[in-house]
Design a protein around this ligand. Structure first.
Ligand code: NI
Length: 192
C-alpha cells in the first residue's frame, strides 16, 4: 500500500466523468491495490472520502470513512470504511440542507453546498457484491460529494451562496460556530 499524490482543481481529470469498471477489472490486482491506496491516502490526509480521479485514475471508485475525532471534520459522525464501485445515488425525500464542505483537491477553501439529507446508494463493494444502503445527514452529504467527483464535479461548482466561501482559517474564525449549530441539528435529525 502507498499514499498517492492528490491532484487539485484545474486538472482535467477532476472535471471529466470517470468511467465505470467491470467485474474482471475490479478483481484485478492493480484495481485492488488502487482501492488499498485510496484508503491509505484518505487516512494520511484526514479526508472523509476520496475518489479515484483525485489520484489521477479516471474510474468510478471512491472510498468513504470518518474515523472518530477526525481533525478536519470533528463534527461529522463516525462512518465505517465503505468502498463504492460504480455508485449511483437516489435522493430520499425533499430534505435539503446547506453543508459546509472542503475537499482535498481544493486546498484551503470551504463553502456551503446544498445537499440532500437522505439518499439511497447502490454500488458494488470491492468484491463485486451489489449493495444498497440508505445514508442520512452529514454522511449523505459526503456520499454526494464523492459521487460528484466521479461525475467530474467539484463542490465549489455547487456552492449556492458564493459569500459562504472561506479559507479554513477564516472558517474557524467567523463561520465555525454557526455551522456547528447547523451540523448539530442535522446530526439530531439523522438519528431521529
Ligand atoms: Ni473532495
Amino acid at each position: 500500500m502507498s499514499v498517492r499524490e492528490i491532484t487539485t482543481i484545474g486538472d482535467p481529470v477532476l472535471a471529466t466523468p470517470a468511467r465505470e469498471i467491470d467485474p474482471d477489472e475490479l478483481a484485478a490486482p492493480e484495481t485492488q491495490r488502487l482501492i488499498d491506496d485510496l484508503v491509505e491516502t484518505k487516512r494520511a490526509f484526514d479526508g472523509a472520502g476520496l475518489a479515484a480521479n483525485q489520484v489521477g485514475v479516471p474510474v468510478r471508485i471512491a472510498v468513504v470513512e470518518v474515523e472518530p475525532g477526525n481533525p478536519r471534520y470533528p463534527y461529522k459522525p463516525p462512518f465505517p470504511l465503505t468502498v463504492l464501485v460504480n455508485p449511483t445515488l437516489e435522493p430520499l425525500g425533499d430534505n435539503v440542507a446547506e453543508i459546509n464542505e472542503g475537499c482535498l483537491s481544493v486546498p484551503d477553501l470551504r463553502g456551503d453546498v446544498p445537499r440532500h439529507l437522505a439518499v439511497r446508494a447502490r454500488y458494488l463493494d470491492r468484491d463485486g457484491v451489489e449493495r444498497e444502503q440508505d445514508v442520512r445527514g452529514l454522511s449523505a452529504g459526503t456520499f454526494q460529494h464523492e459521487v460528484d467527483h466521479l461525475d467530474g464535479i467539484l463542490f465549489v461548482e455547487r456552492v449556492a451562496d458564493r459569500k459562504s466561501l472561506s479559507t479554513w482559517e477564516q472558517f474557524e474564525r467567523h463561520r465555525r460556530d454557526e455551522f456547528l449549530r447547523r451540523a448539530e441539528q442535522i446530526n439530531r435529525w439523522a438519528q431521529s
